[in-house]
Structure formats: C-alpha cells, structure tokens
Design a protein around this ligand. Sequence first.
Ligand SMILES: Cc1ncc(COP(=O)(O)O)c(C=O)c1O
Length: 390
Amino acid sequence: MDIENRISSRLKELGEYVFHGVQEAKKKALASGKDIIDLAGGNPDLPPHPKIIAALKQAADVPELHRHPIYEGLPELKKAAASWMKRRFGVEVDPESEVLILLGSKEGIAHVSWAFINPGDVALVPDPAYPVFRRGTILAGGKPVLMPLLMENRWLPDFQTISKEELPKAKLLFLNYPNNPTGALADREFLQEAVDFAKESELVVCQDMAYSEITFNGKKSESILTQEGAKENCLEFFSFSKTYGMTGWRLGFVVGNAKLIDALRRVEINVNSGAFHVLQKAAVVALALEDSEIDPVRKTYQERRDILVKGLRDLEWEVKNPKGSIFVWAKIPYDVDSNRMANLLIEQTGIITAPGSGLGPSGEGYLRFSLIEDKDRLEEAVHRMKSLKL
Ligand SMILES: Cc1ncc(COP(=O)(O)O)c(C=O)c1O
C-alpha cells in the first residue's frame, strides 16, 4: 500500500513540524557532545508552588478521583475558575454554562476550529503566532488568513488591512495577548476595537491568555471579557502551564459566551474524556493562590528578560523590551534568514532558538529566545554569542 497516498490532504497541507530543522540540528549538536542551551520551546522550568504539589499528593490518595472524569470538568474547578475571573478581572462568568475545562489550552484552541469551521471557511490568524491557530484551522479544513503583527503597530493586527474578499468568509478571529512571540500586551482600546470589529464581521473571537499572569514592571494583562459586548462573541483561553509551571499536567480552561462554550463542549465530549480529577483538585488550589505567591514567577522571568535583552542589545540586535510572556523576540542584525541564523547559533554556540519564519512569514528576520534557562545560563548564552562569526 502506498501510505503517502492514504494521508489526508489536510495533514499534507500542514507539512513538516514548524521547528523540524532546528530539532535535527539539535540532535546533531547533542550527538557531538556540545553543551546545549535550549531556548527554543515554551516549556517553563519553574516548578509548581508547593501548595499545588501538596494538593496533588493529597488528591492522589482519594480512590474516587481516579475514576472516569466528568467531561466538562469538575464543578469545583469550574467554580474556582469563575471566582478567579471575578477576583482577577472583575468579570462575571457562570461556572455551569460559561466555563469549560480543557486538556491544556492547546487542545481547546485546536478543537475550536472543529466547532465553527466548515471546509473553505476562513480563520483570521496573527502572523507570527503560536502555530496551533493556523494548524488547527487547516486540520478542520479551513483556510487561515494571516494578519501581520508589525513592530510599528505595537505588534497588534490592523483589521483595516484584512482582505475584503476573505473577510466575508471568516468565522474566527484568533488573538493572543500577552503575545507569543513578541511579548506585546493589548490595551483596553485595542480589545474593544477587536470586539467591535468581530461583531460587525460576525466573527467568534478566540483570545489566547496562556501568559495572562506573566507580565513585567507591574503591568497587568486585561481580559477581553471586560469589554462592552464581549460576552456576545468571545472565548478566552487560559492555561495552567505557564503561570503555575503545571505544563506536563495538560490542563487549561476556556470562558466566554455560553453558546460558544457549548459548541466547543460538543466537540470535546466526542474526542476527549475529561481531565484527570486528581489534577483538577490541585488546580483549584493553584487558582486560589494569592497574586503575591505568583510574584516570584514574574520576578524570575523579568530578571531573565533583563539579562537577555541587555546582552542582545549590547551585541547590536534590535529588541523591544517584552511586556509579558516568556519570550524575547529579536531582530537578526545580519543578512541571513532566520533558519540559517538558528542553525549557525546551534553549530557555533550550542544555543537553540526558534527561527521566526517557523511562526509565520512575518516572523522572517527574527529569532525567538525563550526565558526557560536560569540567569547564569542566559549570561553564558550572551557570552557565547560574542564569538559568533558570519
Ligand atoms: C500562545 C500559547 N498558547 C497556548 C499554549 C499552550 O499551552 P497549554 O500548555 O495550556 O496547552 C502555548 C504554549 O506554548 C502558547 O505559547
């Protein structure tokens, strides 16, 4: 059998995994015994708060919690998510109908297209961006239409430039602030503009808040649901991975309009069987943490950011100081494309980064550095980059 012939056109359209080239180069570098500083992924190194671990251990001793999960999530966690939305943003959501527990926000973001996209429908996707917005759309048979994020627009999409031909076919509008990869935050004015634009164009807004709590210099992210009319057309996705370091647990939640939540729920119950209740019990404790208990996480990322941004600027890379997220988005100061630059860095310095072009065509010319190694290793990375030869 010709297996290639059996592969769906959707899967073929996805092509290689975005960072395939870098992964291959990493394998080679490791095989040659190089000391690798891996700043490519979004995999936080900070462990969960001890209170979360204690709750996890305690929950693991309860036999009942090992049984088949409730599809939509434990009512206790849905209530905790609703209380957290109220406490953190002043947003009221009904835990029963306006909250859904996810197996990581990636899973919900990938499946949201299945709920709304028919073959040929369009999803508006930021460029550069977390690849799942685009790839989830393709897997559902839809067409991603890219919205360039440019430095001169503070990394916010310009809705006026979206093709007039494509806009009537669009059903979803993906946004992500605090932004991966640029580190930008969205202000209230932009969020209101997005809600209004989506209303006019009959779009469902999917705002990805995976980095909602990782913001710097005392700035806070805003929930899109604080904006007028947002409850009519918005979904907001949250993650336990970044703020709480629970990355391997695969846990997230989505809040927003009850009918939109219900549509996603109908997809979810057909492809997933709910998140492990033991993890959900511990997640309740995570959401009850005081903001001051999350401060050390923010402080750690901010200190790392400061080291890397200063180091790169000293080496004449153009870098905007990220206001949030765990990434530094840096413009390559040489006449080489981002794949070549990432490979040169691996070969000459053992530093692994994400080439910007892997995050979308507008990412060409940039590298993304993740703040997932400690300060000494980041100092070491900057030091090694001084000897880079092109
Ligand atoms: C912007 C963005 N959204 C979502 C996710 C996925 O997070 P989770 O671990 O909750 O699936 C990531 C992880 O890298 C991300 O960068």
